[in-house]
Design a binder for this molecule. Structure first.
Ligand code: GDP
Ligand code: IMO
Ligand code: MG
Length: 421
């Protein structure tokens, strides 16, 4: 495959950054296609850890072209801060059709959450409000943002509108002049990278270049196919790539679904496989399960194959990359969720209505655990017998072959069992 989508198969934080960075060693282009700095992608190599939020995970490789496509929402301040931390030269193209996240978006994100009886638990990065403006056709494209006069006019119009809303929530009003003066500097910094990235990507495809499309979040957080309303405001699915990047659907060769060996979730909403108590706390500590973006402790659950089958169906998955397998070492017995019990029936799909999903009780099978430390393993054959069986069972239940598994955060702790790229 020459053009692969890296998709999060669960509720985000599956290790997409790590798998993208690993595969990027063979890529020409890495393209982020949706979301904004609600994402937090961790890349570890040469003993150094990098947390990326907006920049694609190929940014640390000077030979790769990185693209921030039209489906993204970009906070210019966060962009400039993040870019300034990259100390090696990089190649970057930012879509002129991506939308800009401005200070009132994050304020409104907080305002909406503050009045909700059932909070989503957003990252407060203004992602929902920015995508709302895009759909309402009042948002600001990057092309407008980098044009000083058009930016000023549009900003004044928006601040007037948003201040009325902020006032109704009892939030402080914003000053468009102050925002303009500050953000004009960011616009100047962004401008050299801005172009029509659909043209760039299609040219790369014509030249037979290898491209990775790096998803943010996970399919269960998809606005359409996720556990609505506890979702983000974009679509992390592989099927959203053509729309979000400006390429034809048939130019995508396949998708690699990044799957934690268990399940995690940050934020609110039902999670049938959730584990509470000491075991969850041990996994959280061993897997360092604290949000890369907000630092919030992640909720922990057993591997849920109903979710993975859902992702396979709605997004398409050619292969799986299973991460954090090392974290399960030392647990006597592992549970895998195979179906749900709902209104007296066994189901293997996710009900659309969130209260119905909350009512689903997991049906599980038990697998024997292993005690060995597997962080130095370099092949499938070296894995303990029960770890092999666990991966085989996962493959069998989901019906997607595993191409990669990972036994630690470092780039070197990644094992490719099938050459796919
Ligand atoms: P992303 O949002 O999907 O890119 O994932 P995050 O970076 O937010 O979260 C994944 C976390 O797991 C990061 O801290 C990674 O460094 C870490 N990680 C990734 N793969 C492995 C693995 O195989 N084992 C362990 N122990 N940690 C891993
Ligand atoms: P990466 O790319 C995990 C969650 C938030 C919240 C919901 C909506 O690192 O996997 P938002 O701020 O997007 O409106 O929040 O989505 N969320 C994530 N959870 N990983 C992410 O990104 C997430 N991005 C958003 O916690 O529940
Ligand atoms: Mg993350």
């Amino acid at each position: 495959m020459k053009r692969i989508v890296v998709v999060g198969t669960q509720w985000g934080d599956e290790g997409k950054g790590k798998i993208t960075d690993y595969l990027a060693q063979r890529a020409d282009v890495v393209c982020r296609y949706q979301g904004g700095n609600n994402a937090g992608h961790t890349v570890v190599f040469n003993g150094q850890k990098h947390s990326l939020h907006l920049l694609p995970s190929g940014i640390l490789n000077p030979d790769i072209l990185n693209v921030m496509a039209n489906g993204m929402v970009i906070n210019p301040k966060a962009f400039v801060e993040e870019a300034s931390k990259i100390k090696t030269p990089f190649k970057l193209a930012i879509s002129n059709r991506a939308h800009v996240v401005l200070p009132f978006h994050s304020e409104l994100d907080k305002a909406y959450e503050s009045t909700k009886a059932h909070k989503i638990g957003t990252t407060h990065k203004g992602i929902g409000p920015a995508y709302t403006d895009k759909s309402a056709r009042i948002g600001m494209r990057v092309s407008t943002f980098i044009h000083p006069i058009r930016f000023k006019e549009k900003l004044e119009e928006l601040v007037l509108l948003k201040n009325e809303e902020l006032l109704s929530y009892g939030f402080n009003l914003l000053d468009s002049k102050a925002i303009y003066d500050e953000y004009l500097i960011y616009a100047k910094e962004m401008k050299p990278y801005v172009c029509d990235t659909s043209i760039v990507l299609n040219e790369a495809i014509n030249e037979d270049k290898k491209i990775l499309f790096e998803g943010a979040q996970g399919v269960l957080l998809c606005l359409d196919h996720g556990t609505y309303p506890y979702v983000t405001s974009s679509s992390p699915t592989a099927s959203s790539v053509p729309l979000n990047t400006g390429i034809a659907p048939w130019l995508v060769d396949g998708a690699i679904g990044v799957t934690k060996a268990y399940t995690t979730r940050v934020g609110e909403g039902p999670m049938p496989s959730e584990i509470l108590g000491e075991l969850a706390s041990n996994i959280r500590i061993k897997g360092n399960e604290f949000g890369t973006t907000t630092g919030r402790p992640r909720r922990i659950g057993w591997l849920d194959t109903v979710i993975l089958k859902h992702t396979k169906r709605v997004s398409g998955l050619s292969y799986l990359a299973v991460t954090l397998l090392d974290v399960l070492s030392g647990i006597d017995e592992l549970n895998i969720v195979t179906s749900y019990q709902f209104e007296g029936e066994e189901i293997d799909y996710i009900p659309a209505e969130i209260d119905d999903f909350a009512a689903c009780k997991p049906n599980i099978i038990k697998m024997p655990g292993w005690t060995e430390d597997i962080t130095q393993v370099t092949s499938f054959d070296e894995l303990p017998k029960h770890a092999k069986a666990y991966l085989k069972k996962l493959e069998e239940l989901v019906g997607v072959p595993i191409a990669i598994f990972s036994v630690g955060p470092d780039r070197n702790q990644t094992i490719m069992v099938k050459d796919i790229f």
